[in-house]
Structures are given as structure tokens and as C-alpha cells.
Design a protein around this ligand. Sequence first.
Ligand code: GDP
Ligand code: MG
Length: 378
Amino acid sequence: MRMRPEELDELASLRLRAPRAEPERRLDLRSTVPAPLQCSSLLPGILCPRRVSVNRSPLPFAAVARTWGELLGDERAGDDGDEQRGGMLSRLRDSLSRSRQALTAELAAATFDPGNTADWERLEEALIAGDVGVPATAELVRRLEARGELPDLGAALAEEIESLFGEPSRLQLGGEPTVILVVGVNGTGKTTTIGKLAFRLREHGHSVVVAAGDTFRAAAEEQLGVWAERAGAEFVEGGRGGDPAAVAYDAIERARRDGRDVVVVDTAGRLHTQTNLMEELAKVRRVITSRVEAAPHETLLVVDATTGQNAVQQARLFKDAIGVTGVALTKLDGTAKGGVAIPIAYELGLPVKLIGVGETLEDLRPFDARDFARALVA
Ligand SMILES: Nc1nc2c(ncn2[C@@H]2O[C@H](COP(=O)(O)OP(=O)(O)O)[C@@H](O)[C@H]2O)c(=O)[nH]1
Ligand SMILES: [Mg+2]
């Protein structure tokens, strides 16, 4: 079958935007390091972040929820219980095992000598190679140096990583209805994440309408419909080629009419037409705001952890173009690039609210800074 010119264009934009597996990465600091942070005085290719002073304002959000009850502000839900928490932590450790192995193998924490410059350099390189990013690496090293003694490097690093994430955040619910707009490039896991989130919202007593705002891909609506059914959510679609803003509008009207609590709006990650993705999303956003004051209450960006620094770049673009209130970091299971959560939170000031650790309904978790940091390095 021959492709039409529009389809070729779409394919080209897909290639540009779609996450893909990155080849084993050699550090190319020129592409990832903001110019003022580049440091040429050491060995070529090695940073000297200890000599870089990075002043960051405190993070504008509160850190990370441990339970769904906490994330959703559901006081009645209580604690998940020690046993369940223990299970979740070991599951998280399993999910992050590749990331942890990659980082800790490089760290050589057992033989770390704070008096040895080469050991500090190895630590810096390990963090950069682990997708932690230059500003966060510089800050972590600065804080560790300030400690003076480091009897247990892994534990100290976990504590400092945890504190970079700031205070725990919540999903903002409580609108009438609450509207959650879900954005991100194609294939990152938007639709899947919406299904999992709708399931938890239902579990915590919310009535949920999901809106099939990805009207560009033939299978997208059907896929969301299946997730909605699994989650026990209502489903609003507009038909292939329809206007995503109109679908969001209809879903909000439906929720209003029937007294539903939460509307979750799925969107396309790429477009068939030449319309700019960000313009299209801004339009969906405007329509939502025109229907419900203070909505969308959340603009949730879904990024795929396996894409490493690409995920950070996507977060930067979406944040600048349409505003993002929280990040869902997916596919942490089986990637060695889990460290990307750190620059997303620290460099960009975006709270990671959710993590995806698999493909089933239960495989979405509230992000917990402490557990995450420990599972990553300790
Ligand atoms: N292993 C794994 N796969 C995921 C996760 N989240 C999504 N996926 C898979 O990623 C693929 C793309 O997901 P989809 O929701 O269609 O992405 P969308 O294009 O952003 O809507 C699907 O095969 C999902 O099952 C996750 O946390 N872990
Ligand atoms: Mg989708």
C-alpha cells in the first residue's frame, strides 16, 4: 500500500516524537548540560560539579504520597498497612532493579573514600550515566561533601535523593467536576495510565468519566473504552477524526448532568494534520477552562522512563508549552533509566505523582520519594 503525503508527514513526525529505545549511551554532555554548567577544566568528558554552585529555590510542591488514600486526599482510606507497604516496597525494588544495578555497580559504594578525588569523579559519572542529570548530580555531590563523613554512601545518597524530591504531593480533586487532562507523546502510556488511575479513583469512591480525546488513531478510542470498562468508568467518545476539544466538552457536560466527580481526558500524542500538537492541546485546555472554573485541576504529563533524557526533554517542552501539574513516569519495570525521575523533579520542578510498573490495572503506584530513592540506590 502506498502512503499518502499526509501519512508520510505523520510518520516523519512520529519518528521525531515517538520514544524509542536508546542505544547504549556514551555521555554527550554538550547536549544535556546547560552551558553555564559545563566544566572544561577536568579531564575531557568528566564534569566537575563540585566546583559548580547551583542555587535552586525550594521545590514548589509538597513530595510524595505513600498510599492511594494520601495521593487522592481520601482521609477515610487509612494506611495501606505495614504488610502491604512492605510488599509494595519489594515490588518497587524489583521494578527498579536494573536501574539500581546500573547505578550501584558504578558507585562502588563499599570502597568509596571521601578523601579520594577519583572516587568523587566516579560518583559523578555514575549519577550522570544513571540519567540523574547535571544540576541534580552537582547538588547531590555538594550535599554529600558537606556531610564530611560518609560511612554508608548508599544510605546517604538515598537520603539526599529523597530530599531533592521535596514534600509529598496530591492529586488535586474536589472540582465539580474535577478535570484531569492527560498529555504526552505517542506511546508513553497515557491511555493505559488513565485506565489504571480511573480504577483507583473508583476504588476510592469517585465516579469517573473518561473522554476519548485521541481521535486520530483508529484503535485509540476502542482501547480507552476497554480500559474504562475494566475500571468501571463511563466512557465518552467523539468518533475518529472528531475534534478532541468537543469530546472533552461532551464529557464535562455528561459529568455535570449526571453528577459525576472526575473527568479524565485522554489526548493524542501526535497528529495526522500539520496542526501543532501543543496548539491542539492548548485548545482542549481552553475549552475545559471555559466549562469549569479552575479546570483542568491537573494536567498530567505521561513520560516513558525507558527513553531516559528524552523523557526529561519532553517534560521541559510540555511544561513550557501548556503547563504541567504532575508527571506520571511509566515503564519503570525493566528499565535502567529510573534515575530520570530526579531531574524531572529537581531540574524542572515538576512533581512526579505516579509511577507505572507494568501493564495491568494494579501497576500504577503513587510516587513515594523515600521508597523510590532507597529502591534506586540503597
Ligand atoms: N511495562 C510497562 N508497559 C507499559 C506501562 N504503561 C504503559 N505500558 C505499555 O505501553 C504501551 C503504550 O501504552 P498506551 O497507553 O497505548 O500509550 P499512549 O499512546 O500514550 O496512550 C502499551 O503496550 C502499554 O501496555 C508500564 O508502566 N509498564
Ligand atoms: Mg493512547
